[in-house]
Design a protein around this ligand. Sequence first.
Ligand SMILES: O=C(O)CCC(=O)C(=O)O
Length: 283
Amino acid sequence: MPKLLSEAQIAQYQEQGYLAPIRIMDEGEAVAMRANLEAVEARTGGPLRGDLRHKSHLLFPFLADLVRHPRLLDAIEDVLGPDLLCWTSNFFIKEAVSPSFVSWHQDSTYWGLSAPEVATAWVALTPSTIENGAMAVIPGSHKIDQIAHRDTFDRHNLLTRGQEVAVEVDEGEAVPLILKPGEMSLHHVRLVHGSAPNPSADRRIGFAIRYIPTHIRQLEGEDSGTLVRGTDHFHHFAHEPHPHSEMAPEMLALHRRIAERSAQILYRGTGVASFNDPQAVRG
Ligand SMILES: O=C(O)CCC(=O)C(=O)O
């Protein structure tokens, strides 16, 4: 018996590789989260940059709560099963009138995970619309195996390496995932997706949370995750703690070590050593 999704929604995720929109909180809560983020940005001197955009749920209690949100996890459990790790999270922030974009790609390309049983919950903290560069997906493309990608390191590309699929994408097939604040989309790790720049007068903010069942392995080195539901019978990933205050020194130190290790996996073979490397910093 599914926990949140209908049988038809689960079938759509399996057949098309995505689902949207799914409301997980009311609009006011999402607006409050945006205000929380922007208060942090005001205190730290501007938009979050570099490694602070990754695994931010280890540094900020409001995001630690979001990755454990019961409704969100119910939807993830419906597609991945009951024993769940949050493997990572990434802010995708497009500033107002900015050229930042996301090239067509499959998430699985450089993540080093042992199987494509990985789902992303992309949570909208602002509206995500055609006008501000909503994410778009190619339905059914998750059924293709891993596609070759080329790295561009385009400085406006929000992806780690600016990677893009090395094949033509028929943009006529693309479906935009329109979301209101407090709604989320789900997408499969092999689904081809991307997004255009944001020419609008306001920021577009999404928080992408990546979940895996506990039996998945990291094939490219040591890795860690946050157990968010169920039991971990496998211990392939070191478990991460829950932050109890914002940017606590011990969590900042742990986050830095984890970010360095993740960068070694995601940037392997490129010479880039960290999310704070000038070649890696975007947004
Ligand atoms: O935020 C976007 O436009 C793209 C996000 C994305 O590529 C992802 O969540 O995997």
